[in-house]
Design a protein around this ligand. Structure first.
Ligand code: NAD
Ligand code: SER
Length: 309
């Protein structure tokens, strides 16, 4: 049975990815790791700082790890507040993992990119897989650089690295970690508490989003796909649901007529304005059979039923 390491497992994606990987491959086969403690107690966990290369090598050797899902990063809004550190964390972690694959210690790597690789000069509607990419955030710059390095390691050293440009992810199990799309999770907490929501983006700002279950399925499908199907080694566009704050508010209000919202855009508006409104994911559909399952109303129903306040 292959052994998998998830780095950054206590975060929004890691929490749900570990649960799903353990269902598929067995609790003992999936080692969770993070600098933060875990609330997943059904399998092995290591405290690990991905920037500590020796500690990473130790954990990989101790558990005879063959695959790594590298999720540790600073997200867009947090990264703008600490650009030097964000660049170091987002790049050093990736190099530490890619080099383990280059040296033949591990066999496969998953590393997520983001819609943040696109910038103000990118076509905004149905953004193509291959297009102008001039990101204007430190987060987007680090993700675009990461994509180029993934493709370089794949072409030059035969590293089996796979990647998805996640849109904003919406989930109720674990809170988001400091992104520009976080409003689309925060809004449910206010709705459930019966409070007015103050949105940090303008009402007419469209962004690509996705319900977490779709994102986890995409991730595992890509990783389990035959290598010959993975023709893009930078990162795949995938698309779920695109909406504006006004549209998600309207969908929640259908179920909670008393819910109110106000718009108070802050520094995150500029980040959102630089990103696409919708994504063309035809290459992911053609190459490894991607298709999303959840639409806006289904996602809103699930979130309102499950968010705990
Ligand atoms: P998150 O902030 O919720 O989780 C990141 C986790 O990494 C945290 O638990 C944190 O403690 C951990 N971490 C931070 N520094 C670490 C270090 N030095 N060593 C080990 N662990 C460390 O982020 P997330 O939303 O789960 O995102 C995971 C990945 O997916 C990131 O690369 C992010 O850029 C990417 N992504 C996320 C989204 C989204 O909407 N959530 C969208 C696009 C891309
Ligand atoms: N959800 C992420 C962010 O807003 C997109 O990468 O930073």
């Amino acid at each position: 049975m292959k052994k998998i390491l998830v780095v950054g497992s206590s975060g929004q994606i890691g929490t749900e990815l570990v649960i799903e990987l353990r269902k598929l491959f067995g609790n003992e086969s999936v080692v969770a790791s993070d600098i933060k403690e875990t609330n997943l107690n059904n399998g092995p966990f290591e405290v690990l700082d991905i920037m500590d290369n020796e500690a990473l090598k130790y954990v990989v050797s101790k558990h005879q790890i063959k695959e790594i899902y590298l999720l540790a990063a600073l997200l867009s809004a947090t990264a703008e507040k600490n650009p030097d550190f964000a660049w170091r964390l987002n790049m050093e972690g990736l190099f530490n993992v890619l080099n383990l694959a280059k040296d033949g210690v591990i066999e496969k790597v998953f590393w997520p990119s983001s819609i943040a690789v696109f910038g103000p000069s990118t076509p905004k509607i149905n953004t193509p897989q291959f297009t102008i990419m001039e990101p204007s955030t430190v987060y987007g710059i680090s993700k675009l650089a990461g994509e180029r390095w993934c493709e370089y390691y794949a072409n030059k050293f035969g590293v089996d690295v796979r990647s998805i440009r996640y849109p904003g992810l919406i989930s109720y199990t674990s809170l988001p970690g400091g992104g520009t799309t976080d409003y689309a999770v925060d809004i449910f907490y206010s709705a459930k508490k019966g409070e007015n929501y103050s949105c940090f983006l303008k009402q007419d700002t469209p962004l690509p989003m996705m319900y977490m279950e779709d994102a986890i399925r995409a991730t595992i499908d890509l990783m389990e796909s035959d290598s010959s199907n993975v023709k893009i080694r930078s990162s795949y566009n995938i698309s779920g649901i695109s909406f504006t704050p006004a549209e998600i508010y309207a969908s929640i209000k259908k179920r909670k007529p008393e819910f109110s919202i106000e718009y108070a855009p802050d520094f995150r508006q500029q980040i959102a304005d630089s990103w696409p409104g919708s994504i063309d994911d035809s290459r992911a559909r053609e190459d490894w059979g991607w298709h999303p399952k959840f639409d806006l109303d289904q996602m809103v129903d699930i979130m309102l039923d499950n968010v705990m306040v």
